[in-house]
Design a protein around this ligand. Sequence first.
Ligand code: GPW
Length: 824
Amino acid sequence: MDIKVEDRAASDADAAAAIKEAILNKLIYSVGKSLEAASSHDWFVATAFVARDRIVERWLASIDEVNRTGRKQVYYLSVEFLIGRLLFDALTNMEMVEPTRAALFALGVDLDELREVEPDAALGNGGLGRLAACFMESLATLSIAAFGYGIRYDHGLFRQRIKDGRQLEYPEEWLAFGNPWEFQRPEVDYEIGFGGRIEAEHQPDGTVKHVWLPGETVEAVAYDTPIAGWRGAHINTLRLWSARAPDPLRLDKFNSGDHVGALMDQVRAESISKVLYPGDTTPAGQELRLRQEFFFASASLQDLVLRHLRQHGGILSLADKVAIQLNDTHPAIAVAELMRILVDLHDVPWRDAWAITQATFGYTNHTLLPEALETWPVPLMERLLPRHMQIIYLINAIHLDQASKLADSTGERLAAISLIDEAHGRRVRMGHLAFLGSHKVNGVSRLHSDLLKVTVFRELDAVLPGRITNKTNGVTFRRWLKEANPGLTSLLTEVVGDRLLDDARLLEKVAAVAGDAAFQERYAAERRANKVALAKLVRHRLGIKIDPDALFDVQIKRIHEYKRQILNILETIAVYDMIRAQPMRDWIPRVKIFSGKAAASYATAKLIIQLANDVAKIVNADPTVRGILKVVFLPNYNVSLAERIIPAADLSEQISTAGMEASGTGNMKLALNGALTIGTLDGANVEIREKVGADNIFIFGLTAEEVEAHRHRGIDGSDAINRSAKLAEVLEAIASGVFSPDEPDRYRGLVDILIHHDYFMVTADFESYYEAQRAVFRRWRDKRSWWRAAALNTAHMGWFSSDRTIAEYAKDIWDVPVKPPGRG
Ligand code: GPW
């Protein structure tokens, strides 16, 4: 036994020595710096290269294995991949963290400092993009042969600064110092057409062949990033497309002195992959967004079809060897593009092409919000993608013809299921196109999937029953438990064994010790260390001192009216009023932590940010409060900041208007790390409650059904306000300028909305939320009971691993085998 331990120590030392050599080698020969001259960034790049080398060896082996066996490939098409930093993902999954730490230590470098040097790859807005990143990791972990396809934006999600309480947006520059994880593939490029015209060629056999002659072409160039699964068992590729002009410049123009004009075509072409989510409030912005969507959908399809033909010879076997998942409707134009490829380029008869298309695609819906369901004006589609518009019309004609033969068909129903929305100035419904073109359509939580059947896809579900299924979201525990919270993970590993990250369901074993005083003490100690670290970060970034022993009440997510940060702010003010009324009561110290970005064009959301900051300013400076209540708005929320906040959170705010949050995934990350949830019965909260038990979660508010009924009766908030003196007082304070003395009317409009047009049910849910918060306090006073509940949350969250989610997709939608990790 002793010998074995010594052996392991010796081999750890060997591993560290080898990594040290490799890092030095990279620093000198790949970065081109001496030890003395190297900056932290140079050390980061050298270390990343060493990790990458290890990954690349296995990557090539994975690709070889997939080619040899000819097994089915999964393609995940997503306009967003919110990956964040990759260094710890790579080191963790290659099981290199400790030897790398030791190697760097021997070189006088601190791994945790290097970690902070890496910029976040923020190629996504929020939950949808982060889900895609978690899925990529789980796909590799389960040894599924998969590609992620997306866009390599030069500038990801904007950097947020808060000035005088207001959000300012700045361009984000993640590529400024290069990207050590990616491989440019200049030889992998495809022509993407736009505009132009269609020629109909009459064939000898009487059929007509359509040839699209685009008026403009752009090139898509591939950049590949290897994604390592847990324990490095399998490595997949994230292939992101960058736009190039076919001609780098117009030399004739340049030489005639028009130096700027010579670059015009290049600028126009490259604007496609310039920024994530270009503002779409103008027609030009909308057109750019559609160009982005077609650009990456077409490049991805051309690429995967070529790979399929090389591996398997004929196009007719496509659906047997390829599964394509559409991450929301953003890539939905791929349905028409695949039909064009099959029918126009490979002469597949329409009916067969349609069968292949449907068998190949699956579509995931992530929202019920009408304004988020994509539709494109028919004239824009006709101009930009004329052949695709023809194909969409034909798909629609056949679909409506079939539906009209059903017994209960009505004109109203046909209008509802048509690919063309005639009611809002003729628009193509991309959700409908994705639905028709797929064999399975899934929502992202049970409640959401159920609601899909009675709301947006009610009529389509009636005509095409059985297509809608549910796949409740999950998160990768490698990043959101082990990397974000290594201390807690060690403790949990002691309890459940070192296969914890191979099989998250093992966490159930923690339930047996949740009431154990010694375990609770260690659990709480890990939590406290994380809170001390977050307090330090808050102090450093904002100059605000917060008490690590206070209750950290956290709401971190995009700022949106339906997510109801405002409800949280109202409760904050109500508590502030109470503290001022009775300053000497035995208040429980609490810190309200907000973080999140508002869309640049979303005025109300930006006003909510300002209100949070204005309230923070007043409350934090009030001597009567004496630090009992602190309010913190942490700027520039991103994946890396989430990794710092989540392990330090005591209370997780998941308070959206019921029926509006499709799933949520932050709710899962927080509960996994031991925060108790205060939330509505919305999205995945419903399933979280089932798993962790109703006693270990604070549920309040109207249900989705009640919200619906309430809206029917009207959305005026006056009644609710009249019934709650507290709420009336809080609203009056905000409206009269207590928190905006420099501009007393600043929030008058916001309050008016709550009073007269409370679509999001803030006023209706206020009292119930307030009471739930009081229940939180009562529980917090009983620390044994609190830590037991926290540990039970951790114990019962195993089901929310994205490994479980991906295994379900593999079985029910893609029909591909999975190989769980850690078993040879
Ligand atoms: F509107 N989600 C998101 F459905 O982050 F497309 N961005 C989006 O554009 C959309 C959805 C879209 C989120 C949902 O709001 C959230 O509830 C869900 O957990 C997440 O997608 C992943 O499914």
